[in-house]
Design a protein around this ligand. Structure first.
Ligand code: C2E
Ligand code: MG
Ligand code: MG
Length: 611
């Protein structure tokens, strides 16, 4: 269709090519009056390269012919001369070629349209009325007003072009988020790497995975999950530079391609911005949710000269971030290679570890700062791996969470900690508070409360000795459900504390709503605090906040005397850290506690007690 050619194919908001109505298209091409001069008509063809033909109308606006760009331009240039140009009218031009032109573009039966008729409709009318060989036709509206002329070839061309654009779009863009998909991304990546090798440049590839997305999707539904992915894509786009390609590789995996970077620091800077951008909660379907992302970075050609290997290296670096606690970024390094080889076997081995009873708990004491007494103990899991030896949770908790195995492992931890607590009581040790870490996925199991109640009765432990350490991310979902569950735990008698406080991104509003008794200040704020004035202010503020809400404060990771002294100054209630005691196996802990008690009894006889 003639006018359609002049209208560029546009992508609608939905990302698909627009399907213009005939009326819309015809508005774009003003018919040429038969009396028009060449001078009046020619500039329009010059100005609109896509305009192939224009309808010619008589004084009553009845279509009489079509000026075809090629015919017209060819004819015009052939007969062009200074005298002709500007003097001879179109009528005159048509006069000479009238029969040829009208013969070439016979005016067929009118095609009736209304305002909503699309090109596809017109095409269907042409096919249905067996007019497929029609070269052009007059379009009239239902009240018989002339609406323009369709040109058969153009119409077909237009439809093919649009279908092609649509197919191209579907093949290269993600239907949900409307950003490039894996195919387009790898095209661009290949192209960028070729360009970089020509110019001695570098290209960075950021592989992004949304942390715990599966759990959000499973617990809040796919509609929610989809909307969240769209919102995440939007944030990624906001942070990336205009020249970067942000793509969805599938599921909850995204990637960013950064061309012409000035070194890996550029990629790190973007990765940092992306991670930070997730701090703000998302408002999705009337809910507030916070997610974090893990990013692996690989740089071409530094990390690999082969593009597909580059992608898997960025993926491996991303997985390292997952395993070391998520919510961050990491560059690929030589160490990552061996890690990624191990990763798949690790998941299978974790399953086996439960069956083979390869986990143990270590216990780290918590001290009251004022009295110097051990007031609690935190159970920390270890894996005695058959070939790798002792593994700390940093090496496997991430995989356990990603694979869902943490639920069974978590059950084992609660049961084992309770069993140990009873054993200590039987051995005559004091009844200490026993803290157990609860993973967000474990907490979100619909039968979490029943499982805990069952474990309590099976192990015959007084629940009031038990404290669950929850993280802020656990409390971020579905506030009313969380409130109910915390209430039920409180009713059972279990105490609640907030672990790694200060590293989450939640609003502080929940602190006075939820029955939490203790805040554990994350060790990143405690570390080197004597040299970091900003962390001093943070801890001061956390303590002030906690006091105003009548919460106890525990400082984690106290390693030096200087740190301990400052925790006293800031009036933290309790401390936990290597300076005072490292995590110990159960037997070592009971021995240590007995020795300490004996020592304290001696000291008390001679004077003061110190942490
Ligand atoms: P967390 O709950 O914050 O535990 C404290 C971690 O800090 C422990 O590491 C502990 O050994 C370490 N730590 C304590 N004092 C110091 C210190 O002075 N300096 C340093 N550098 N580190 C100190 P661990 O045992 O490696 O556990 C790491 C994390 O793994 C825990 O952080 C917790 O989030 C998770 N985790 C441990 N056990 C379990 C478990 O049974 N279930 C779940 N879901 N997570 C667990
Ligand atoms: Mg903890
Ligand atoms: Mg902690």
């Amino acid at each position: 269709m003639t006018p359609a050619r002049s209208a560029p194919l546009s992508l609608t908001e939905a990302g698909l090519p627009a399907c213009p109505s005939v009326a819309q298209l015809l508005r774009l091409v003003v018919p040429v009056p038969i009396s028009a001069t060449c001078q009046e008509v020619l500039p329009r063809f010059h100005a609109e390269a896509g305009l192939l033909s224009m309808p010619v109308v008589d004084a009553e606006s009845r279509p009489v012919a079509i000026i075809d760009r090629h015919y017209f331009l060819e004819f015009f240039s052939r007969s062009f001369s200074k005298e002709i140009f500007g003097r001879r009218g179109l009528d005159h031009l048509l006069g000479e070629h009238r029969d040829a032109l009208i013969g070439a573009f016979p005016i067929a039966k009118p095609i009736v349209v209304d305002i909503a008729t699309t090109i596809d409709d017109v095409a269907r009318i042409i096919i249905d009325t067996s007019m497929r060989h029609m070269v052009s036709g007059v379009v009239i509206t239902q009240d018989e007003r002339y609406a323009g002329v369709v040109h058969g070839h153009d119409l077909l061309h237009e439809i093919t072009q649009r279908k092609q654009a649509e197919l191209h779009y579907l093949a290269h863009y993600d239907a949900l988020t409307r950003i490039p998909n894996r195919m387009l991304f790898s095209d661009r990546l290949n192209q960028a790497c070729r360009e970089a090798s020509r110019n001695d440049g570098e290209v960075a590839l950021l592989f992004i995975d949304v942390d715990r997305f599966k759990q959000v999707n499973d617990s809040l539904g796919h509609r929610f999950g989809d909307a969240l992915l769209v919102a995440i894509a939007g944030r990624l786009l906001d942070c990336a530079r205009d020249c970067d390609t942000v793509a969805r590789l599938g599921g909850d995996e995204f990637a960013v391609l950064m061309e012409s970077i000035q070194g890996a620091a550029d990629a790190e800077a973007l990765a940092w911005r992306l991670v930070e951008s997730m701090r703000q909660p998302f408002q999705i379907l009337d809910r507030e949710v916070t997610v974090s992302i893990s990013i692996g970075i690989a740089v071409y050609p530094r990390d690999d000269g082969q593009v597909d290997i580059l992608l898997s290296k960025a993926d491996a670096a991303m997985y390292e971030v997952k395993v070391s606690g998520r919510n961050g970024y990491r560059q690929f390094s030589a160490a990552t290679t061996s890690f990624s080889l191990e990763r798949s076997s690790l998941e299978a081995e974790l399953k086996q570890a439960l069956v083979n009873d390869e986990f143990v708990l270590c216990y780290q004491p918590q001290f009251d700062l004022a009295s110097g007494q051990v007031v609690g103990v935190e159970a920390l899991i270890r894996w005695i791996h058959p070939s790798r030896g002792l593994l700390n949770p940093g090496g496997f908790i991430g995989i356990a969470e990603e694979s869902g195995l943490i639920v069974q492992i978590g059950d084992w931890v609660v049961a084992e900690a309770c069993r140990q607590h009873r054993a200590w009581l039987r051995q005559g040790l004091p009844a200490l508070r026993l803290a157990v870490n609860i993973s967000p996925l474990q907490f979100r199991q619909p039968d979490f409360i029943q499982r805990i109640s069952r474990l309590m009765s099976e192990t015959c432990v007084d629940p009031s000795f038990l404290e669950f350490e929850l993280t802020e991310s656990t409390l971020m979902h579905d506030a009313s459900l969380v409130l109910d569950m915390l209430g039920e735990l409180q009713a059972i008698g279990v105490h609640l504390s907030l672990d790694d406080f200060g590293t989450g991104y939640s609003s502080l509003g929940y602190l006075n709503r939820y029955p939490i008794e203790r805040l554990k200040i994350d060790q990143s704020f405690v570390r080197n605090i004597d040299r970091m004035p900003i962390n001093q202010s943070i801890i001061r503020s956390i303590v002030a906040l906690a006091k105003s809400l009548s919460l106890q404060v525990v400082a984690e990771g106290v390693e030096t005397e200087a740190e301990l002294a400052l925790m006293r100054t800031f009036q933290c209630d309790e401390v936990q850290g290597y300076l005072c005691a490292r995590p110990m196996p159960a037997a070592a802990f009971s021995e240590w506690l007995r020795a300490r008690q004996a020592e304290q009894a001696d000291t008390r006889r001679c004077g003061s007690v110190a942490v």
